[in-house]
Ligand binder design. Structure first.
Ligand code: NAD
Length: 366
């Protein structure tokens, strides 16, 4: 899928057409930041930065766009003009060290291809900035650990861009699970995918992506299972299906996997780069079920419960919510719920899924 069509897919669907249009950041109340807003520099001005994160920054109470890092001079000019950025807040990947002198920038939000996250996070930490890093955090556990160590050494905060951790409909489902509103959760079914277009993009290159649909969208299903159970998987069984061996020469196309959790909960997931229309989860409980469909879009996520209750909590912008929370954690010196340790743990479980595929048998994690 070309970036534009991926975006359209994530932002629109028949189901979304009926979703209410709402203004203002709703769902999560965040304390008003005392003093100035924290300055955020976006590192990597691709689709996500351009279409989601930059606009979201303007909806936050405690953040502002304060700088950019880009390797493309024409984008630097365009963004400088569009957002009225001072010339000395515009960097390329090689000059990020100069951010150390820029008091306007507090946070670097790393939005580059997966395997570049570490390099850019290290540069940001070395310049004395807090780091917010897109998912997946990196392409190996070792690289995640290096990121954690570097940001810790700099005395700064590290967060991972798990927007669903702030999406009120997801949080309502976590509440239903925790409070056993429909009984105990027993089985989780979570699936996400989209049809991949442009065969030349970095998402299909192992060196830059670290993997395919699993690293990119399967991670949402893994997060759902971990959020609903509040547990880490202890057993994983997985298989891969490839229908286009040329396009998906370097990375996985479709992955199917199951996980067992310590409480006995079982999850089942499919992620794919080969189909649209797969973006939901359902939790089967002792007395019924609940779930979201769609669950993973930028807008309009909503769902139902087996007692015929709708789950449809308004939210204007998940990226604004995650950024407000991160800034709030920095301002009030609180730990973030989307820590580097959480990002590392997810990468560890993704690697166990690949290990299971490779070995052709289940992998035990205890
Ligand atoms: P993109 O291809 O649109 O943008 C990537 C940016 O990185 C581009 O500006 C590109 O110029 C730059 N870049 C720097 N060095 C590069 C290199 N060597 N090769 C290729 N590009 C290079 O990608 P995107 O969709 O914006 O994704 C960026 C990150 O954000 C990824 O880690 C992705 O997983 C994540 N993401 C998260 C969400 C979410 O909902 N949280 C959604 C989309 C993407």
């Amino acid at each position: 899928m070309h970036h534009k069509s991926r975006r359209q897919f994530l932002t629109s669907s028949a189901a979304l057409a009926a979703a209410p249009l709402l203004a203002g950041v709703a769902g999560n109340a965040i304390a008003q930041a005392p003093g100035r807003k924290l300055g955020v520099a976006l590192c990597g001005l691709g689709s996500l930065s351009t279409n989601q994160i930059a606009p979201a920054l303007f909806k936050t109470r405690n953040c502002r766009l304060a700088g950019i890092v880009t390797g493309t001079p024409s984008k630097a000019e365009e963004w400088k003009k569009k957002y009225n950025l001072p010339a000395d807040s515009v960097y390329d990947y090689k000059t990020m060290n100069r951010m150390a002198d820029n008091k306007d920038i507090d946070i670097v939000y790393v939005v580059t291809p997966n395997a570049l996250h570490l390099e850019h996070a290290l540069a940001a930490a070395a310049a004395g900035k807090h780091v917010f890093c897109e998912k997946p955090m990196e392409i190996s556990v070792e690289r995640c650990q290096q990121m954690i160590d570097a940001v810790k050494k700099a005395g700064k905060m590290l967060g991972v861009g798990y927007r669903c951790q702030f999406e009120p409909n997801h949080l309502e489902c976590v509440r239903l699970a925790k409070e056993k509103v429909l009984g105990e959760v027993k089985i989780i079914d979570a699936n996400f995918g989209f049809g991949m277009g442009d065969p030349t993009q970095w998402r299909l290159k192992r060196d830059l992506a670290g993997g395919g649909s699993l690293m990119d969208v399967g991670i949402y299903c893994l997060q759902t299972a971990r959020m609903l159970t509040g547990e880490d998987p202890v057993w994983i069984n997985a298989a891969e299906v490839k229908t286009d061996a040329v396009k998906f020469r370097e990375v996985d196309e479709t992955v199917l996997w199951q996980m067992k959790f310590p409480s006995g909960v079982v999850s089942n997931s499919v992620c794919t780069y080969n189909a649209n229309g797969l973006a939901g989860f359902r939790a089967a409980t002792t007395r019924g079920w609940f779930g979201l469909e769609p669950a993973y879009f930028y807008n309009g996520n909503r769902g139902r419960r087996s007692d015929n209750t709708e789950i449809n909590i308004p939210v204007s912008d998940q990226f604004a919510l995650e950024l407000e929370d991160f800034a709030d954690c920095i301002i009030n010196k609180k730990p973030t719920r989307v820590s580097g340790e959480m990002g590392l743990a997810d990468v560890k479980f993704l690697m166990a899924i690949y290990e299971s595929i490779k070995k052709g048998r289940p992998v035990s994690l205890v």
